[in-house]
Design a protein. Structure first.
Length: 437
């Protein structure tokens, strides 16, 4: 990986792309520290320092924003509204025929779906910004802080509107910065900004473990966490690269005096076909009961039961529900993102077949059978990655959204692998061009 980056910096045009990407990242991190107008910055800092990493209710969103959510900055919402909008549009593509037809139209249809995603991102940013401002005004953002009610001194409608508009505009700027990286930089812009947001708290979380350690002034705990993290990274890289290759043979066709086809290829089915989406779905769904209890302020039996079993991530009920939801959403997402019947029809249309399997419906059934078999280990792997590091690192004082935790490590390793692959592919393209000349 380091060799690829070194070679990229020696190539003039790739060096410009990398420097442009680094410049956009610097702007993104700068905006994550600029407070929203109407917020008492000193009160926010006091509550953040007092709460530390104990605010697990908003921990997932805060992690995706690079710590900007609890700081209530102009980029407080981060990339989360765009991620949510993209997932919603992807799910609606299966339900709404109009979106499904747009997806099949190629580049023009993809551009139209991207436009719908932007509109939905703005709507979700307004909704989430309003919820964040209302939470900050009520003092529920830092429930245990004495100055939580003083975070927003001016609670007029005008001040609230300015805060919501500022955070919505910040989300639009983040979306624009991500698209700039995609067009003029290296890699997928949205994924890289997500990577930077998560990695921003990496050093601080590691140093916090060292400060809270008791053996050899905390260095033993620090070293153990580093070793566990490296082992988990190696496991994630191994599984993320694993795939089942289904061979496909295309028959020869004579058109005039020329023969077409007759080639052999394969369909790559990844073991983790769903990626990190099931973990995000499960985490978001488990936050809903705690949010309902916090905003309702109820002290009834059901509210007490939820606070006891579904607020702390180390409770057995929470762990079991989290694991089962990850497995369920893994199968659900694979079912809606990969259509065996469509793949089988396309193969039949172009004269392709799987050796030993008849074209048409038998091919679709075979693909579905293979996909279900490899989704089981993939879903169990996601559940273990999401839970084992969390439980292991909890003993060292790390929060659930530590970079070596489930959601964080999957995103960091996945984005890192894809970025390195893109850099290497661009380097190969330039080497081929030089050879042809």
């Amino acid at each position: 990986m380091l060799t690829a980056f070194a070679r990229a910096f020696k190539t003039p045009d790739l060096r410009k792309k990398l420097l442009f990407t680094l410049g956009i990242i610097m702007l993104f991190r700068l905006g994550s520290h600029v407070p929203v107008p109407g917020v008492d910055y000193k009160a926010v800092q006091f509550c953040v320092n007092q709460a530390g990493s104990s605010n697990s209710l908003f921990g997932l969103v805060n992690m995706f924003s690079g710590g900007a959510l609890l700081q209530i900055t102009i980029f407080a919402l981060g990339i989360m509204p765009y991620i949510t909008a993209s997932i919603i549009l992807q799910l609606l593509t299966v339900v709404i025929p109009r979106l499904e037809n747009l997806k099949k139209e190629g580049q023009a249809g993809t551009a139209k779906i991207t436009q719908y995603t932007r509109y939905l991102t703005v709507a979700l940013a307004i909704l989430q910004g309003t919820g964040l401002v209302a939470t900050a005004r009520s003092g529920a953002l830092f429930s245990g802080c004495a100055q939580a009610g003083q975070i927003v001194p001016d609670q007029s409608i005008f001040s609230t509107a300015v805060m919501v508009i500022t955070m919505t505009a910040g989300t639009c700027v983040v979306m624009w910065l991500g698209e700039l990286i995609t067009d003029r930089g290296v890699g997928n812009g949205m994924s890289i900004l997500m990577f930077i947001s998560i990695a921003a708290g990496f050093v601080g979380a590691l140093w916090q473990i060292k400060l809270q350690g008791k053996i050899a002034d905390g260095w033993v705990e620090f070293g153990v966490v580093i070793l566990v993290g490296l082992a988990m990274v190696a496991l994630v890289v191994f599984v993320e690269q694993a795939q089942r290759r289904i061979p496909v043979q295309y028959a020869k066709r004579m058109i005039g005096r020329r023969a077409y086809g007759g080639t052999s290829t394969y369909i790559p089915l990844k073991v983790n076909q769903a990626g990190v989406i099931p973990v995000i779905f499960a985490s978001s769904l488990l936050y809903i009961p705690a949010l309902i209890v916090q905003f309702s302020g109820s002290t009834a039996g059901w509210a007490t039961w939820i606070q006891k079993h579904f607020v702390k991530g180390d409770h057995p009920y929470y762990i079991a529900a989290y694991f089962l939801l990850i497995v369920f959403f893994a199968f659900f997402y694979v079912a809606i993102s990969f259509n065996p019947e469509e793949v089988a029809d396309n193969m039949k249309k172009y004269g392709g077949f799987i050796p030993g399997i008849r074209a048409g419906r038998p091919t679709a059934e075979y693909l579905s059978y293979v996909l279900n078999r490899i989704t089981w280990p993939g879903s169990l792997y996601l559940g273990l990655i999401a839970l084992v590091p969390t439980m292991a690192l909890a003993g060292f004082g790390a929060n659930q959204n530590f970079p070596f935790g489930g959601t964080s490590i999957l995103i960091i390793v996945g984005v890192g692998l894809e970025t390195v692959k893109q850099i290497e592919s661009q380097l190969q393209q330039r080497n081929y061009e030089g050879f042809l000349r």
